[in-house]
Design a protein around this ligand. Structure first.
Ligand code: 4AD
Ligand code: MG
Length: 468
């Protein structure tokens, strides 16, 4: 074949007039082939967009034998003339001139046939599902959101700060860490009192995968002013729910000189920016997901962008839930002041009571992490959880306790050790500061309207599953 520069299908549809009447060179995977003995139509997808390019084969120029390998899933290279299309459904098409088949996909065994597959089936074939329309759409939206996040913070003067994935601290203190060790598990070196001897371990102490970059992020914020992290986090909680992963990505901004109100303002602006970015830049993919999965998707996304979030203290939230219970609303888990709210409670507040996102603040200190700033009542802390329709908690954050003595008292109360480096942020030049963590997959879940968090990350990790 003659050497012509390859064009992506996305570029062709972005400016078809630039290519019309010219030879184009396209490469991709065949979605479908249909036609008759005179003419054959191939729908070609190259992953750059959800849209397929129609390739027309005039069968007076090609033999049946030449087209035989072109089945669903096969990969081809085509050169031909881009022309306005007479058929409906597409504006332009390619009149095939030259064909090269890269790879066949035996229809007897290729798992992705042109009929739609269930998401459950595709989860079993997760190594191939990026080739489906649905996962193509989700993964392109995921990319756009990641880009929007970096853009949002960069444009605001935040610095991207890299916190470690292997750590010797436990940020959230929930006991859900994966250990990192090179000790031989079948022949553990033991200390005198029969415990594993971590001094023999790779790092000379016990180490784990991080559950959050926040504590290290605070070191960044109390030096650079405003930082954010964006990386994988790991939690070994045995949560088999549609909203939990064992490995997920988190974005954690941390800002010096921010109080809780500033923190809430930032969180609300940030989420709205991301959702708006996706609406503006992923229209084709969102339209596809709306048509096939979720007829209310765009309405819900626009609603979030256009409306203020409710801001409500936890104590008020609990009162509303107790009222609802008195009036006959049933919940599976108990509601009382001091209870950690379950997803059903969060979603009641958001979906049934207020019918908009809610930022719940000032939680009892017992159910929140040690680093949160104590309120004057001595009972609650300046926490903020952002609760979303369909998702429940999408963001968790707080103003941090900046007072050395108060924080040390909390550290002692909970028996935390090895925190001296962290206490230095309060020991030297301490400042009021705040931050939050956004679960990236929960954002992608919301924006795509998918139902299960395992369907918005290419290779999901969850209990009893670690394929690929
Ligand atoms: O509420 P979390 O545990 O907060 C923290 O880790 C803080 N250190 C954040 C901070 O203040 N810098 O987690 C933050 C968010 C949750 O709101 C949720 O969206 C997501 O992370 N998340 C998970 N997402 C998927 N799978 C899991 N197992 C998750 N656990 C938390
Ligand atoms: Mg939380």
């Amino acid at each position: 074949m003659e050497k012509i520069k390859r064009t992506t299908i996305k570029d062709i549809f972005a400016a078809p007039q630039e290519y019309e009447g010219k030879q184009v060179d396209v490469k991709g995977w065949v979605r479908t082939r249909r036609g008759n003995k005179n003419v054959q139509f191939v729908a070609l997808n190259d992953g750059s967009t959800i849209r397929n390019l129609q390739i027309v084969f005039d069968m007076s120029r090609f033999s049946d034998e030449e087209l035989k390998p072109i089945t669903t899933g096969s990969s081809i290279h085509v050169q031909g003339l881009l022309v306005a299309s007479a058929g409906k459904g597409q504006s332009v098409e390619v009149q095939a001139g030259e064909l090269e088949v890269y790879g066949t996909a035996d229809p007897a065994t290729y798992p992705l046939q042109k009929k739609g597959h269930t998401l459950e089936f595709l989860r079993e074939k997760a190594h191939l599902r990026p080739r489906t329309n649905t996962f193509g759409a989700v993964l392109r939206i995921r990319h756009a959101l990641a880009y929007a996040i970096h853009k949002f913070f960069n444009d605001k003067g935040f610095y991207y700060f890299h916190t470690p994935l292997i750590t010797s601290s436990d940020c959230e203190g929930a006991g859900a860490q994966f250990q990192v060790t090179t000790l031989p598990l079948n022949d553990l070196p033991l200390t005198e009192d029969g415990k594993p001897d971590y001094s023999e371990d790779f790092f000379g102490k016990m180490a784990s995968l991080t559950v959050s970059g926040q504590l290290e992020g605070e070191l960044g914020a109390t030096a650079l002013g405003s930082i954010y992290t964006f990386g994988p986090t790991f939690r070994a909680e045995n949560s088999n729910t549609p909203r939990h992963l064992s490995e997920f990505w988190m974005i954690e901004p941390e800002m010096a000189f921010y109080e809780i109100e500033d923190n809430m303002d930032l969180a609300e602006e940030f989420i709205k920016y991301c959702v708006k970015y996706a609406l503006e830049h992923c229209a084709d993919d969102i339209d596809f997901l709306q048509e096939h999965f979720d007829p209310e998707l765009k309405e819900r996304l626009n609603f979030v962008v256009e409306n203020d979030f409710v801001r409500l203290p936890y104590t008020e939230g609990v009162k509303i839930l107790e009222e609802a219970q008195k009036e006959g609303r049933k919940f599976e888990f108990p509601v009382f002041w001091g209870a950690d709210l379950a997803s059903e409670h969060e979603r009641f507040l958001v979906e049934e009571h207020f019918k908009r996102p809610v930022i719940l603040t000032d939680y009892p200190k017992e159910i929140k992490a040690f680093y949160m700033k104590l309120n004057d009542d001595g009972k609650t802390v300046r926490a903020m959880d952002v609760l979303f329709p369909k998702i429940g908690e999408i963001i968790g954050g707080s103003q941090r306790e900046e007072n050395f003595d108060k924080l040390q008292a909390r550290v002692d109360e909970l028996g935390l050790t090895g925190m001296d480096w962290y206490m230095d942020t309060r020991r030297y030049g301490t400042v009021p500061h705040s931050g939050f963590g956004l679960g990236f997959e929960r954002l992608v879940l919301f924006v795509t309207g998918m139902q299960n968090i395992r369907d918005v990350i290419p290779f999901p990790r969850y209990p009893k599953n670690c394929e690929y």
